[in-house]
Design a protein around this ligand. Structure first.
Ligand code: ASP
Length: 341
């Protein structure tokens, strides 16, 4: 399949134009039988996903592009940067109302937050996936995709930052997490709540996205950028050793995110890791393995050259740190970025 296509079936010129970018994931997967809910294979093209939902043609006309067709844990900097650049390019076209991205669910929250920081448009960007393959009994992908397009064409969706639509909910990229391994209700925002809900053609918003995003974000990817700074995540636990920090530094990490215990606690070993990082001028962000709540700045941060992740989980703190390191390595400036984004 070449990289860019326009569907033939939707030329209703009065309908808004939505660009669907396919990246792979369970939504594009097939199993051998309808009861197969794991070990299925990614491979359906984005055109097949659109064509599987004929009702889509009544709400928009489509352009589509296959960015990749892989499981989302395989998304690397090359794919991520390509995706972000293509989203920005499509949204710059006056005839395009919004972009929908089909994506694997495993790392969907990372891509969504990355785009939330680097997309330079107010137009809706909606990520969508599925927890069950396209061939499954009660596959969730088709309705999720329909709902994602409904949200993308809704005028109220403008200016809300990048959103995730799964299981009838509209969730802000900044806060959404995958909170279940298999359930169709896997995507949640436990603390701040959903931005809104979607059911059929009805969209209802009841929350505003907070913190800087899209057009208010100053975190950009330069056209020449080929890779983002390397940042590793180190998990803390009873009996943890300093060797994980040493390995990250040895491998050339420019930043380390601590998936710390409790309130981003600096345990003895985390203090040792932070001290090693500081000696190499490597940024060190304290997040938490807990899953809810914020890690706030602490008096120890100055002593150990740490930055508090606020309410970002480790994988999202890593996304922000990689983009922030393109601008600064200064601890206080990094903390300011974590306070605002
Ligand atoms: N199991 C994953 C999914 O739900 C695979 C992936 O993230 O691509 O899409």
């Amino acid at each position: 399949m070449s990289s860019q296509h326009t569907t033939h079936s939707s030329s209703h010129s009065e309908l808004p134009t939505v660009v669907v970018l396919g990246t792979g994931g369970t939504i594009a997967s097939s199993g051998a039988v309808a009861s197969q809910l794991s070990d299925y294979k990614v491979g359906q093209g984005v055109d097949a996903l659109i064509n599987a939902v004929p009702e889509l043609q009544t709400i928009a006309q489509f352009k589509y592009e296959q960015i990749s067709n892989i499981e989302s844990f395989l998304i690397n900097d090359e794919v991520l940067l390509k995706l972000a650049r293509h989203v920005n390019d499509w949204l710059a076209k006056p005839e395009v109302s919004g972009v929908v991205i089909t994506h694997g669910t495993d790392t969907l929250e990372e891509t969504a937050y990355f785009l939330n920081l680097v997309v330079q448009s107010d137009k809706p960007v909606v990520l969508v996936g599925a927890m069950r393959p396209a061939t499954a009994i009660s596959a969730d992908g088709p309705l999720n995709l329909y709902h994602a397009v409904v949200v993308a064409v809704n005028p109220q969706s403008v200016g809300r930052g990048v959103m995730v639509v799964m299981n009838d909910r509209i969730l802000a990229a900044r806060y959404v997490i995958k909170g279940h391994t298999t359930g169709v209700d896997a995507f949640i925002v436990p603390e701040q709540g959903a931005l809104g809900a979607v059911s059929g053609r009805n969209v209802q918003y009841f929350n505003q996205a907070t913190r800087l995003h899209t057009t208010s974000s100053a975190l950009h990817i330069a056209p020449s950028l080929k890779a983002l700074p390397a940042v590793d995540i180190v998990y803390d636990f009873q009996g943890a050793g300093v060797h994980m920090y040493e390995a990250a530094l040895h491998a050339g990490a420019q930043g380390i995110v601590l998936a710390g215990t409790g309130n981003g606690s600096l345990s003895g070993v985390a203090q040792a890791g932070a001290t090693l990082a500081a000696a190499k001028h490597v940024a060190f962000v304290r997040s938490t393995r807990v899953g809810q709540g914020s890690v706030r700045p602490s008096v120890k941060d100055t002593q150990f050259n740490c930055v508090a992740a606020q309410s970002l989980n480790p994988q999202k703190a890593r996304v922000l740190l990689r983009l922030a390191l393109l601008k600064t390595q200064d601890r206080e400036a990094l903390q300011q970025i974590f306070n605002e984004y």
